[in-house]
Design a protein around this ligand. Structure first.
Ligand code: NAD
Ligand code: UFG
Length: 366
């Protein structure tokens, strides 16, 4: 079964490919390397080679095609569908920086929406039914009731978030649309995965997140402070209504997140009509899409993460308390029970694993 992974050389995509290959799926990658590099694919191959040596080839899938190309280039995307029989798409390709999206909204709307529409159009044209879409907990907006449940009202506070919400809506509307008269059996089945805060790296230290410039996110910033690249972390506010006054988030190990994609794909491919409809109904606003939070269900504060990182890795992480960052909420964590009930998935790795693996990735110099 060939799975097209758009944005497969990126942070979450690369870890997901490792898990998909391990589960026996064959992979086609399309990435324009705007925020990654072709060397990531070589490293995935090395990880799989090493896993073969230790665990045996087993049921390992293959990377059957790697295409350097822009998903917004419809003709190039069509060629990928033409050259490979695609059973499902996991659509990661997109821009993801909240601050940059405020400065360059059109760039975000163009890339994130056009890529989603092109993927959906090609799927329809070539009869591909299943798409797993990278959404985000950002769609819960400034909601201040935790945990966040899939049935909660959604809204956004920045262009990046709107591209996620609009993409969700596009895919929902496609699923709810009239059946194709020429292919009455064709069903468009989107699975919308709302990620909480992905951190960590593959346990081999060979792939991880590689932010360009000054990191916006907490964990990459902590890593760079620990490595001496930055002098100190600024904690954005210690006067929130949280146990220690600093912001609370649901950090999830990227390997757990990657496994969530494999579970979602395997479930979607095997769900019969009634299982599919029951999953869609369970999230009242979801229309014809199945929606799942991917988080641990546990909140960790900024200071707890800093302390855990310093303790686990025996490395100092100097910090100062600064003002709040505009647009931040106090607390955000998932109700992760739907993914457990329906997909049979739950996060297994804890904060210590996330800190250890982030540091291993930061220190390994290729
Ligand atoms: P990433 O930037 O590491 O990966 C995205 C990949 O897509 C990169 O390899 C980039 O080169 C590629 N890409 C971007 N636009 C493209 C295009 N038009 N055509 C082809 N390739 C293109 O980001 P990530 O952290 O792996 O995130 C993957 C997806 O998950 C994104 O859609 C992101 O919005 C979403 N997401 C990420 C987070 C997070 O905190 N990392 C949280 C929620 C949702
Ligand atoms: N923080 C600091 N100092 C820093 C960076 C972050 O104190 O230098 C704090 C933030 O104030 C927040 C916490 O660390 O309390 C986490 O911040 P991140 O920037 O790592 O993550 P966010 O929760 O703000 O945002 C992330 C993704 C977004 C996504 C959002 C929704 O970056 O793309 O989760 O869940 F939209």
């Amino acid at each position: 079964m060939n799975i097209l992974v758009t944005g497969g050389a990126g942070y979450i995509g690369s870890h997901t490919i490792v898990e998909l290959l391990g589960a026996g799926y064959d992979i086609v990658v399309m990435d324009n390397y705007s925020n990654s590099a072709p060397s990531v694919i070589d490293r995935i191959r090395r990880i799989m080679e090493e896993e073969k040596q230790t665990a045996g080839a087993g049921n390992q899938g293959r990377i059957i095609d790697v295409v350097e190309g822009d998903v917004c280039d419809k003709a190039a995307l069509r060629r990928v569908f033409e050259n490979n029989s695609i059973s499902a798409v996991i659509h990661f390709a997109g821009y993801k920086a909240v601050g940059e999206s405020v400065e360059k909204p059109l760039m975000y709307y163009r890339n994130n929406l056009e890529s989603t529409m092109n993927v959906a159009e090609c799927m329809k044209e070539f009869g591909t039914e299943y798409i797993i879409f990278s959404s985000s907990a950002t769609v819960y907006g400034m909601n201040n009731r935790v945990p966040f449940v899939e049935t909660m009202p959604v809204s956004c506070t920045n262009p990046y978030g709107w591209t996620k919400l609009m993409s969700e809506q596009i895919l929902r509307d496609m699923a709810a649309g009239a059946p194709d008269k020429e292919r009455p059996d064709y069903r468009f089945r989107p699975v919308l995965l709302r990620y909480f805060n992905p951190v960590g790296a593959h346990r081999s230290g060979m792939i991880g997140e590689n932010p360009k410039g000054i990191p916006n996110n907490l964990m990459p910033y902590i890593q760079q402070v620990a490595a001496g690249i930055r002098e100190k972390l600024t904690v954005f506010g210690d006067d929130y209504d949280t146990p220690d006054g600093t912001g609370v988030r649901d950090y999830i190990h990227v390997t757990d997140l990657a496994k969530g994609h494999v579970k979602a794909l395997t479930w979607a491919l095997s769900a019969d009509d009634s299982q599919w409809e029951a999953a869609c109904e369970a999230a009242s606003s979801s229309g014809g899409a199945a929606v799942f939070n991917l988080g641990t269900g546990r909140g960790t504060s900024v200071l707890e993460l800093v302390t855990a990182f310093a303790d686990v890795n025996s490395v100092p992480v100097p910090y100062v308390i600064g003002p709040r960052r505009a647009g931040d909420i106090a607390t955000c964590y998932a109700d992760a029970s739907r993914a457990k009930e329906i997909l049979g998935w739950e996060a297994e790795l804890g904060i210590e694993d996330m800190c250890r693996d982030s540091w291993r990735w930061q220190r390994l110099d290729f």
